[in-house]
Structure formats: structure tokens, C-alpha cells
Design a protein around this ligand. Sequence first.
Ligand SMILES: C[S@@+](CC[C@H](N)C(=O)[O-])C[C@H]1O[C@@H](n2cnc3c(N)ncnc32)[C@H](O)[C@@H]1O
Length: 382
Amino acid sequence: MIDYSALRRWPDAEADNLFASDAADRLIVDTAASALRATIGRDVVVVGDVYGALTLAAADAVVRGAVGGAIRVHQDAVVAEQALAANAERLGLAGAYRSSALDADLVRGATVVLLRLPKSLDALDEIARLVAAHADSSVTVIAGGMQKHMAVAMNEVFARWFERIDVGLARQKARVLTVTGPRAEAARAASTEWPRRQMHADIAPGLWVCAHGGAFAGAHIDIGTRFLIEHLDNAAPRATLAIDLACGTGALAATLALRRPHLRVIASDQSAVAAASARATANANNVADRIEVRRENAGEGIPDACADLVLLNPPFHNGAALDLRVGRMLVVAAARLLAPGGELWTVYNSHLDYKPALRAEVGPTRQVGRNAKFTIAASTKR
Ligand SMILES: C[S@@+](CC[C@H](N)C(=O)[O-])C[C@H]1O[C@@H](n2cnc3c(N)ncnc32)[C@H](O)[C@@H]1O
């Protein structure tokens, strides 16, 4: 058994009231113990691990000889991958797992899948369908979360792709679903449904938006994003390189590329689902040669001062200090990425005044749009 208290959230935010593992992680691991013991020589897959508790508990069982085979892991957030790597190092378990994209190879032949339930039902649908289509027919999925984040609709999603869902008893406000009996043929037949796509000819002629399960706004275009698009033609019209920072499905990047045939765009997001969606969006619009999609935290791999224009629709805020921290971090990143005289165009909920942060981090900031809900600010890099 691993020492859960040795796990850290770093490089994600750390504070006394923030923890690197919780009751749901421990319940998933405890529920999986017998299924893991039965997997000698077979493959274990972990999906949605937050800071490494699930992967490292499984890896520990492998190292102790209790489990054979490989551990393959998919985590959506880049910072989750980094935290797992750091925790693996700390616990002497580096090299005991392999990170992978969310695709058929991740789950092929798996007999045990440990799943931290995603918030989005669409994300769950894509994961469940992938497992049902490609895992071993004997696969057991042990899927858990905190009860306050779980819904009966999750059972219904599993029931599309699996014969049996056993609902476990709650423990410390966490619960686990044990899911077996993949409907492999149905799942394979329906596997082309992701990424979903939708045409938005009202925004730009022929604009497709593609979305894997769980991407922000799906294949729709969010109303804040739409509002920014209404003003987009005025944003640094002579720009040659633009960055769609925290790009989600890449709707902004594709709109810019379609409207400005000589512009190159970098679309960057920390989420694997977002990056895969933005790639699909760029391909669907035949602009992949001018849109470079990157998955990284706050554009960290993009060179300093390279862009004439940065577009930013920061993650929604619910008033939590952590969410505000992410928005501010993205503004700081935009300031680093802009060339002097370049512009950051930000859309945000009007009740959150971003202007002081924009002025302090980027430079002179003017309001270029405001409606009942959103404000658009344009900041010029000093
Ligand atoms: C409100 S959505 C906007 C998506 C897209 N630009 C749009 O307008 O449809 C915010 C995006 O921020 C991304 N995000 C959150 N934290 C991030 C970080 N630290 N670095 C990069 N992207 C991040 C999320 O994955 C999400 O796709």
C-alpha cells in the first residue's frame, strides 16, 4: 500500500486545505484490489487520475509482484501528468507506468480499468465507449468519484456500452461503480461519433467546430466566444502570428485562420481533450497547415514576445480563489507571449473585473465591447 500522505499536487497549486488524494481515490483502489490481483500478466489501465494516487497504488502492486503486466495511464490535464511523474519519482515508482493518449491503444486488451469519473457525461461516454470497444471482453471498470460530483445519468451512460453496473456502498462520501460486460460490437459501430462536429456558417463561411467529449461548449460556440468573434476583425488586423491561448475546441483559432488567409495561429490548451478537438477543428476546416496545436500549461513552451495578437477566454470563474489564479496566470502568460505593441483581446464575465490585472501585467487596456453578460478588453503590450 502506498503512503497517500506522501503525494503532492505540485506543480499544481498547493495549500493546507488542498489535498493530492481523496476518499474516492482510496475507495477505487480498495475496491480494485481483488480485480488487480487477478490480472497477473495482463494489462491495467488508469484513466482520469488526478495527482497519481490510482496509478501509483496499481504500480506499487506491480512492483511488489502482486500484479503483472503494464500500467497505461491517460490524464486530461498536463499538470496532472506532471504531478504523477513527480509523485512517482518521490515514491520510487518512476518508470512503472506509461502515459498515453485517449485512444484505442490505451485500452486495448485491458482487463482492469481504474477510472476517476469525469465531470462531463460526454467525456464519460467517449471513455466508456472506447473501453467497451477495445478492452478485453472480461474487463472490469472500477469507476469512482465523490458522491456530490456523481449523477444517476452516469449509470445510464455506462448502460449504453456495458451489460452490468453494480453500485457500491458509499464510504466517506465517495462511491464506486463496478462495470462489466462490454457491448463491444455496438461500441465499435458507434465509435465514429467522437469527435462530434457542427457547422457554424453564421460565424465564417464553412466553419466546422469539432469536439471530443468534455471539451468546453462541445461543438457549439459559447456565447462569450461568440461575442469576442463579433469584434474579432478589429483585433490587430495586421498581425502575422496570433495565439489562441486556452483554445478549447479551437473555434477562435479556426475563425481567425479562415477570415485571415495569411495569418498563422498557435492554439494552446492544457487539456488533452481540448488539444485533440482543436486538431480536429483545424483539419475539418483545411487550415491545419496554418494552425499549430499544442498541449501545455499556459502556453509555457511558446517563445517569448513572438505574437502580435493573443485571444483569451479564460476558464469560467465560480468565485473560488483557485479559478481566479488560473485566469491571472493566463494573463501573465499572454503578456510574456506578446511582442511590444501586440494586443491581448480578453472576453470575461463582466462581474469579474479583469482590467486591473490586464493593465498591470500587459499594458494600457480599453473596453471594446460589453453586453448584458460579457466584457471584451483589448490590452496593448508595453
Ligand atoms: C472558457 S474555455 C475557452 C475555450 C475556447 N477558447 C473558447 O472560447 O471556446 C477555457 C479553456 O481554458 C483551458 N485551461 C484551463 N486552465 C489552463 C491552463 N492552465 N493552461 C492552458 N489552458 C487552460 C481549459 O482547458 C479550457 O479549454
